[in-house]
Design a protein around this ligand. Structure first.
Ligand code: GLU
Length: 446
């Protein structure tokens, strides 16, 4: 396999799919030399098959807003790969959603899910519906209209959607209600991230952020450091940033910045628990601005138009969107003394930023390893649904802990360089890719 040959072909076929091409290139460059030691992969054209989604559903979603006006959005479900389990991955509702974003996220999800040690294939879906400023009734009508199209293509052993940016417990509730009405079955295992009284799992809302902090702890312990007393910046103020901030504080770190599309909040004394709780109110207000945070808490400051990466820190955690940290941001972080960056958002850093971090040999780990705790806990939710019982928070948290430890070990195993530096990007890509590739090989040419 030659990365450049495969990429040239994909660039010709999908010239406008920037994020998808970026994600595929990163994985192929990491795995090329390991892959080429397996002539049986080459013969079965594993990589050529693996970079293409199994299928994509693309549909129209029409709904009526509060003024009585008819609105139409685009909806998608990309079923990327089912070599190691049924399709699994979140739904993203965001105005910038397009086929490229859906494909990149489905591709990443395939390897992330493989790293979790649980039997889940990769998928992603969503819509260009913009939840900002929408009423609760509008959100409900949109979710119902979306499920009216999707329901027949998903199922507990087929494809299991969940949340992502713009989709949380409320949206999953509205979609599950509609699914149940159409299917006429109480099939809890069809969606994850459900409410606790109807099949949800304890710790699922916190899981992405908690898992990321467990991964970070392992990274730091490996080099003789600890999370405690270090300054951390996170980006965004959504579910992922919330879970990460909550666990970071519990572990004794100082969270000194959160952000929104309007700017950054600098918190020199570090976040308190009531500040973390307030992030939920801010998100629920549906306005997608972070500025009100500084009005509420003395000693914090709103700086318009700036990102979290401009605030001095030891550790930076991307927790909002893809490519939110670019080469210039990376330079600013390094100049300010930052020595560890973890992506909690999917593909949070641009290739230029990753290059800067790796050149300077600072600790850097990619989203598909760091944020896998979210989907892993979705997998635990599916297991509880299949058993028709619920585990305690301690049991779920303990399993999440073990999964993150195992993901860290896989990264170290495949990513340790001759000089001892751990290339977590390479480690995560090789571990995830090889698992899926072997499963595809064993299942024949399909
Ligand atoms: N959207 C999350 C992710 O990117 C969670 C997916 C899931 O729970 O299925 O992994």
């Amino acid at each position: 396999m030659k990365t450049d040959v495969i990429m040239a072909n994909l660039e010709r076929k999908y010239p406008n799919e920037k994020e998808y091409l970026q994600a595929v290139r990163e994985v192929l460059e990491s795995v090329e030399s390991t892959y080429n030691k397996h002539p049986e992969f080459e013969k079965a054209k594993i990589v050529e098959r693996l970079v293409e989604p199994d299928r994509i559903f693309s549909f129209r979603v029409t709904w009526v807003d509060d003024k009585g006006e008819v609105q139409t959005n685009s909806g998608y479900r990309v079923q990327f790969n089912s070599a190691i389990g049924p399709y699994k991955g979140g739904l993203r509702f965001h105005k910038a959603v397009n086929p490229s974003m859906m494909k990149f996220l489905g591709f990443e999800q395939t390897f992330k899910n493989a790293l979790t040690t649980l039997p889940m294939g990769g998928a992603k879906g969503g819509s260009d519906f913009d939840p900002t400023g929408k009423s609760d009734a509008e959100i409900m009508r949109f979710c119902q209209a979306f499920m009216l199209e999707l329901w027949n293509n998903i199922g507990p052993d087929t494809d299991i959607p969940a949340g992502d940016v713009g989709v949380g417990g409320r949206e999953i509730g509205y979609m599950y209600g509609m699914y149940k009405k159409l299917k006429r079955e109480y099939n809890t295992g069809v969606l994850t991230g459900k409410g606790i009284t109807w099949g949800g799992s304890l710790i699922r809302p916190e899981a992405t952020g908690y898992g990321a902090l467990y991964f970070l702890e392992h990274m730091l312990h490996k080099v003789g450091k600890d999370v405690k007393d270090h300054k951390i910046v996170v980006s965004g103020f959504g579910n992922v940033a919330w879970g990460a901030a909550k666990k970071a504080i519990a572990l004794g770190a100082k969270v000194v910045a959160i952000s929104g599309p309007d700017g950054v909040i600098s918190i020199p004394e570090g976040m308190t628990e009531d500040m973390v709780d307030y992030m939920l109110d801010l998100r629920a207000s549906n306005k997608n601005v972070v500025a009100p945070f500084a009005d509420k808490f003395h000693g914090t400051k709103f700086i318009p138009g700036k990102k979290s990466w401009s605030v001095k820190c030891d550790i930076a955690l991307t927790s909002a969107f893809q490519n939110e940290l670019d080469g210039n941001d990376a330079k600013e972080l390094l100049d300010n003394g930052c020595w560890c960056v973890c992506e909690i958002s999917n593909m949070g850093c641009t290739p230029e930023a990753i290059h800067e971090f790796q050149e300077h040999k600072i600790l850097f780990a990619p989203g598909k390893a760091v944020n896998a705790g979210g989907v892993a806990t979705s997998g635990l939710e599916m297991t509880q649904n299949a058993q028709h019982l619920s585990w305690t928070a301690e049991e779920v948290d303990d399993r999440l802990h073990k999964i993150m430890k195992s993901i860290h070990e896989q990264c170290v195993k495949y990513g340790t360089q001759p000089d001892g530096y751990v290339d977590y990007v390479k480690g995560a890509n090789i571990a995830g890719f090889m698992k899926v590739a072997h499963a595809m090989l064993e299942q024949g040419i399909i």
